[in-house]
Structure formats: C-alpha cells, structure tokens
Design a protein around this ligand. Sequence first.
Ligand code: ATP
Ligand code: MG
Length: 132
Amino acid sequence: MDHTTAPALQTRNLTVRFGGHVAVDSVSYDFRPGCLVAIVGPNGAGKTTYFNLISGQLRASSGTVIHQGDDITRLSVPERTRRGIGRAFQLTNLFRDFRFSKTSGLPFRPDTREPWTFFGSPMRTNSQSTPP
Ligand SMILES: Nc1ncnc2c1ncn2[C@@H]1O[C@H](COP(=O)(O)OP(=O)(O)OP(=O)(O)O)[C@@H](O)[C@H]1O
Ligand SMILES: [Mg+2]
C-alpha cells in the first residue's frame, strides 16, 4: 500500500454502542486512493455496522469519519452522497416480486429491446473524432 498519498477516507476511533453492546469499537483506518480494501470478520463482527457509520445510515456514538480531510461524522446520507460516497447493499434485488427473466430485462428499453444509453454511444463518439 502506498503510504505517501493522503487518505481519501479515514475513521478515527469510530465507535457505536447499542445499549451496552459495543458493535464497532474504536476503529481507526486510513483508506488511500486507488487501494481496494476488504473488511473481513465473522458474523456479527460489526462489518455492516462499520459501513453504515461511514455511509451515514447510522450515527456514531463517538469517533470521527473524515473524507478528503473534512469531518463528515454528522453529515446526512444525501450530503455524503453529494461528496461522492456511495455504497452497495448485500440485498441486491431491485424489485422483490420480479423473477430472473424480468430482472435481467431491466437494462433494456421496452420499445426497441436495445440497452439504455444514458451517456451516448462510445462507438459514435469514436467515429466522430478525427482519425490520426
Ligand atoms: N440496530 C442494531 N441494534 C442493536 N444491535 C445491532 C444493530 N445493528 C447491529 N447490531 C449488532 O451489532 C453487531 C454487529 O452486527 P453487524 O451486522 O455489523 O455484523 P456483520 O459483521 O456485518 O455480520 P455478518 O457477517 O453476519 O453480516 C451484532 O452483534 C449485531 O447484532
Ligand atoms: Mg453484515
């Protein structure tokens, strides 16, 4: 890991208690740009709770979450999202009642059966550029 670049995200002594139960106990870590980090541990270790504290779904009992040098511990989920912090959830079904066939058709337009293109076609962009 490159320890010379400034961390993008940090937690400092991040702690959350549910009554007398300490689910995340003073976790400090520096997440550096370009690094893939895996949080591993047994069931109930506090992994999801740690993610919830970072993304803002849960409020910390103590400690801080720092993003690009700013203390974001008290920011809401939308405020963190606007800063570029996103998360994926373990439950990945978009619509509970959709079977596989319907779910796998979601990326396709119902009128043309072509994939949705939100940002234009990369092929068209290439053909419009001047050849070298
Ligand atoms: N809202 C809550 N209220 C009370 N206790 C909670 C709450 N959320 C989590 N806990 C407890 O905190 C501990 C950590 O739970 P957490 O779900 O973060 O574990 P995990 O590491 O993600 O586990 P798993 O591998 O099963 O996903 C567990 O003992 C859990 O019961
Ligand atoms: Mg979990």
